[in-house]
Design a protein around this ligand. Structure first.
Ligand SMILES: [Zn+2]
Length: 427
């Protein structure tokens, strides 16, 4: 058993539903914060829980480099390693290879490239990307794909799409053979206590590490309280779910063909990849619309790497169930904040004496407590707390936007994005 997906209400193309994962229930449409290196930068896990985050992302490529898949696997997978017992999704690494590596060579077998950290040679294939994602142990993992660059000639987009289809079949084949190796549950007891060598060559003793099957040595009482507060999932026999990815560049007929070929291979969910790669936003919308209509209604649809609050609300109403984007967290670290009155740059001098809340319609702990003047001061002074508070607010705004979309679908009402989307207490 992997995931279950239930649609509970529809409005137009939009759907409200639930994805039941081995690590809890995710209400859809959902925005998934990006936790690249097993952390949503600046926000502790308990605050993510308070914000209502039920699923977050990890990036396979980054985790493969640091701390290394084996170190995460020995900690019980990402759930144990980062002390997060709600759902996790990992990408396949394909997009990072595409976006971070200038020296990459794609062949039928896989991709040769160089680490963006130290230039060391690396190789990813469908099989090694699956092996890494099984070791990381996310609830939902992604087929290894090639993200077609933009712009791309039609023949290039076709060849890339066809390669992605062949890699999807190989990804599934490897996954089906090895999905029992996910580092959850009782098999953790069998984790070796032998010292092992970390990626940088230093020998470490695993006695200092923890797994989900061991007490969290430094703070056992807290660990007990944490796990007692909510049911720990991972029922017996639970496995990960592998999603397929539709590519095809900006060519609508290739998108359709990619959807059909990916569906033929058969996955419990489907992603739309290869967008937000520099194309005009209107084109993104067209491709999403043209792709989503060819995806099965009874499986979750995941649009990768988009967008602004307005865009995620729009895509959700077009029938997308899952989205992720670095925008709210990355923008926050640059002092760009999304509010019900539009985007603001907190660094501006006009906020120096502004004692009002960041967003008077936002119910988040930042807007409830701090003034714009204080947030401006923290940012201008380069205080770490500025990044923390800004990120909490932006994530809250995105999550509230999705909550408002879900609410509007349930009520069968049209959602008007703008004022009111962040008024969580009224929902
Ligand atoms: Zn707020």
């Amino acid at each position: 058993m992997s995931i279950q997906f239930h649609i509970e209400a529809t409005r137009g193309a939009g759907r409200r539903g639930k994805i039941i994962t081995p690590h809890g229930v995710v209400e859809t449409p959902v925005f998934m914060p990006v936790g690249t290196l097993a952390t949503v930068k600046g926000v502790p896990q308990d605050l993510l829980e308070e914000l209502g985050v039920n699923i977050l992302l990890g990036n396979t490529y980054h985790l493969y480099l640091r701390p290394g898949v084996e170190n995460v696997r020995r900690a019980g997978g990402l759930h144990g390693f980062m002390a997060w017992d709600r759902a996790i999704l990992t990408d396949s690494g394909g997009f990072q290879v595409f976006s971070l590596s200038e020296l990459r060579k794609v062949s039928e077998e896989g991709v040769k490239f160089r680490s963006h950290l130290d230039g060391s040679p690396l190789f990813f294939s469908p099989e090694s990307a699956m092996e890494a994602q099984i070791g990381l142990g996310a609830d939902i993992i992604m087929a290894f794909d090639e993200c077609t660059e933009y712009p791309a000639e039609r023949e290039r987009a076709r060849a890339s799409m066809e390669l992605t289809a062949r890699w999807a079949a190989r990804s599934k084949e490897y996954f089906e053979e090895h999905k029992g190796e996910v580092p959850w549950g009782p098999q953790l007891a069998a984790v070796s206590s032998q010292p092992f060598t970390s990626r940088d060559g230093a020998s470490e003793n695993t006695a200092g590490l923890r797994s989900a099957g061991q007490a969290r040595a430094p703070a056992p009482t807290r660990a007990v309280a944490t796990t007692a507060a909510r049911p720990t999932a991972t029922p017996a026999g639970a496995t990960q779910s592998l999603f397929g990815i539709v590519q095809g560049g900006m060519e609508l007929d290739l998108r359709r063909e990619s959807a059909e070929r990916t569906i033929e291979i058969g996955f419990p969910g489907y992603a739309v990849g290869g967008l937000s790669v520099g194309e005009p936003r209107e084109r993104t919308r067209e491709v999403v619309e043209a792709t989503v209509e060819h995806l099965p209604k009874d499986r979750p649809r995941y649009l990768m790497g988009v967008g602004t609050p307005e865009e995620i609300a729009l895509y959700a109403q077009m029938g997308v169930d899952m989205m992720d984007c670095v925008l709210p967290t990355r923008a926050a670290r640059h002092g760009l904040l999304f509010t019900s009155e539009g985007k603001i740059s907190i660094k501006q001098a006009r906020f120096i004496t502004d004692q009002g809340p960041l967003d008077p319609k936002c119910g988040c702990r930042v807007c409830q407590r701090y003034s714009r003047a204080y947030l401006r001061h923290l940012y201008a002074s380069n205080e770490v707390l500025a990044q923390v508070l800004n990120t909490i607010h932006n994530l809250s705004f995105y999550l509230d936007t999705m909550q408002a979309v879900r609410h509007s679908i349930s009520l069968g009402e049209e959602m008007h994005f703008l004022s009111g989307v962040s008024s969580r207490p009224n929902l």
